[in-house]
Ligand binder design. Structure first.
Ligand SMILES: Cc1cc2nc3c(=O)[nH]c(=O)nc-3n(C[C@H](O)[C@H](O)[C@H](O)COP(=O)(O)O)c2cc1C
Ligand SMILES: CC(C)CC(=O)C(=O)O
Length: 373
């Protein structure tokens, strides 16, 4: 893809007046909008085509209301959990996002530090701007590796082996991107990932572009279930399939022991794909607790986390919000975004009468609007 590249790397906003400190994730978005070059903000913010799915992901949470239990007799709420054997302080994960250096000079290392400070698990993209070895050497918290299966399967195997050797605790195979969606903001901006965003993990590969295109021809469109089996054998790690929206696909993943990551890629690929929250209950029912179920897309408030867990997710992941934090404050911004969402989650749990994540059950959620018991 040709086009102008974003030349400048934004600096962290260290000189914000105290009174302007972000209170919630939407405040971080507003601050990131002020700092980032337009093309970088649009790449982060945007979705495919008319961006219906981007909106639906978020609105699906607003279409549900909570029915709190009272007099539950709890003191506070505890968000501790374990996902695929990794103990976590809270069920809030960082979804993979390409090229963190586009948003902050500290790149993925800064994200890793912020995630660790918040006790959150980070997922490192195949298209990270630092190598898995660099990230693994600096990460003090748990992290997973997100894989885009490459047409070159020897290279694919090498990638997951490198990630495992660098300390990744699971491999998340993205299954919703046989091709990338048409991101019209990027087309209008003539946007291509800048040279400092070139996928570091692939920099040694012959023919690898020095100006990584968003619509990357190296991603193999013909990925099958047998690829996931082979990858699990190669890396020896738990494998999750990211991008599942259909219950029968979730069932097949669970039958094979693959974790299920419910996602429509943040509305960035197939516009008018279903909101992830709409897809979640049927998926959770089929999986029936056999493997972890993670959901992402549009989660911006603690009440969203509570609703997702009540409807069957074991954990949620956020994409854009932690990148807003990264842009605004580097590692501290990432940490603060996660901690803010976690505090909101704890508060919402206390208010619905839930002491632990197990207390978040489907009866807490009803359609919003007029409720007739
Ligand atoms: C800037 C950006 C880059 C992304 N890069 C990747 C990626 O490399 N691999 C991947 O599987 N998903 C990628 N995603 C999708 C996210 O992992 C996640 O599914 C989505 O952002 C969740 O929705 P949310 O941003 O509304 O929280 C990216 C998303 C954004 C916003
Ligand atoms: C390089 C891209 C394929 C990364 C991505 O998944 C995205 O921008 O949504």
């Amino acid at each position: 893809m040709t086009g102008t590249t974003v030349a400048s790397t934004p600096q962290a906003a260290t000189d914000r007046p105290r009174g302007a400190a972000p209170l919630n994730l939407a405040d971080y978005r507003a601050a990131a909008l002020k700092i980032l070059p337009t093309a970088a903000f649009d790449y982060l913010e945007g979705g495919a085509a008319d961006e219906h799915t981007v909106r639906w992901n978020h609105e699906a949470y607003q279409r549900l209301a909570l029915l709190p239990r009272v007099l539950a007799g709890h003191v506070g709420a505890h968000t501790g959990c374990s996902v695929f054997g990794t103990a976590l302080d809270s069920p809030i994960l960082l979804a993979p996002a390409a090229s963190h250096r586009l948003f902050h000079p500290g790149a993925e290392a800064a994200t890793a530090h912020g995630a660790a400070a918040a006790g959150a698990l980070m997922t490192v993209s195949t298209f990270s701007s630092q190598t898995v070895e660099e990230i693994g050497a600096t990460a003090t918290g748990p992290w997973w590796f997100q894989l885009y299966v490459q047409r070159d399967r020897a290279l694919t195997a090498e990638l997951v082996r490198r990630a495992a050797a660098a300390g990744a605790r699971a491999c998340v195979v993205t299954v919703d991107t046989p091709v990338t969606g048409v991101r019209e903001r990027d087309l209008r901006n003539g946007f291509a990932l800048p040279s400092h965003g070139t996928p570091a993990n692939l920099a040694h590969v012959q023919g690898s572009s020095t100006h990584g295109a968003i619509h990357d021809p190296r991603i193999d469109p013909a990925v099958g279930w047998d690829d996931l089996e082979r990858l699990r054998a190669v890396c020896g790690l738990p494998v999750l399939a990211k991008g599942i929206l259909r219950a029968e696909d979730a069932q097949r993943a669970a039958d094979a022991g693959f974790g299920v990551w419910v996602s429509n890629h943040g509305g960035r690929n197939l516009d008018t794909a279903a909101a992830t929250l709409s897809a979640l209950p049927a998926i959770a029912e089929r999986v029936a607790g056999r493997v972890p179920v993670i959901v992402d897309g549009g989660i911006r408030r603690g009440t969203d986390v509570v609703k997702a867990l009540a409807l069957g997710a074991d954990a949620v992941a956020i994409g854009r919000p932690y990148v807003w934090g990264l842009a605004v404050g580097g590692a501290d911004g990432v940490r603060d975004v996660v901690q803010t969402l976690r505090r909101e989650t704890e508060l919402a749990m206390a208010l619905v009468g839930a002491a632990t994540l197990d207390d978040l059950t489907a009866d807490l959620v009803v359609p919003a609007g007029v409720h007739r018991p």
